[in-house]
Write a protein that binds this ligand. Structure first.
Ligand SMILES: [Zn+2]
Length: 148
């Protein structure tokens, strides 16, 4: 399946340029914004928000493992949501004060790509919700041996 359209808000521009940069771009046009204000895809638009397959979610930029499907849960937000990282130190957190909010941004510990945000309103045991953009993820399905 092809990814849906995502909203790409280019935050590398100056304030004056923002108007013309609020354009909707296709996934193919998307460039990693490693040092810019993170972009957030529209809810219910990404490839993985409603995915329930078993496997691993890796960084779409560097293939670093980020989450396993066992940590994924339905948050109702329209974004893929996980309650814990796949490996310790696999994800870095940093303060994000953009959009007039104080949030915890989560980035790939390996390549520093923006993944999404971390919230403390998770519905599962950990109480955490890693709200991640589908475009930041690559899914590797588990090799399920269904032979019977
Ligand atoms: Zn990465």
């Amino acid at each position: 399946m092809l990814l849906g359209m995502i909203y790409t808000v280019s935050a590398c521009q100056t304030q004056q340029d923002n108007e013309q940069q609020m354009a909707v771009k296709s996934v193919e046009e998307r460039q990693p914004t490693l040092h810019c204000t993170p972009e957030t895809e529209a809810p219910f638009s990404g490839e993985y928000w409603d995915s329930h397959e078993n496997g691993n979610y890796t960084c779409s930029n560097c293939n670093h493992i980020l989450f396993t499907s066992s940590a994924k849960f339905d948050s109702g937000t329209g974004w893929p949501s996980f309650d814990e990282p796949a490996v310790q130190n696999g994800i870095e957190e940093r303060l994000d004060t953009t959009m007039s909010m104080i949030r915890t941004e989560v980035i790939c510990a390996n390549c520093k790509s923006h993944l999404g945000h971390l919230f403390a309103d998770g519905l599962t045991n950990t109480g955490l919700r890693y709200c991640v953009n589908s475009y930041a993820l690559e899914f590797e399905a588990e090799n399920t041996d269904k032979a019977k």
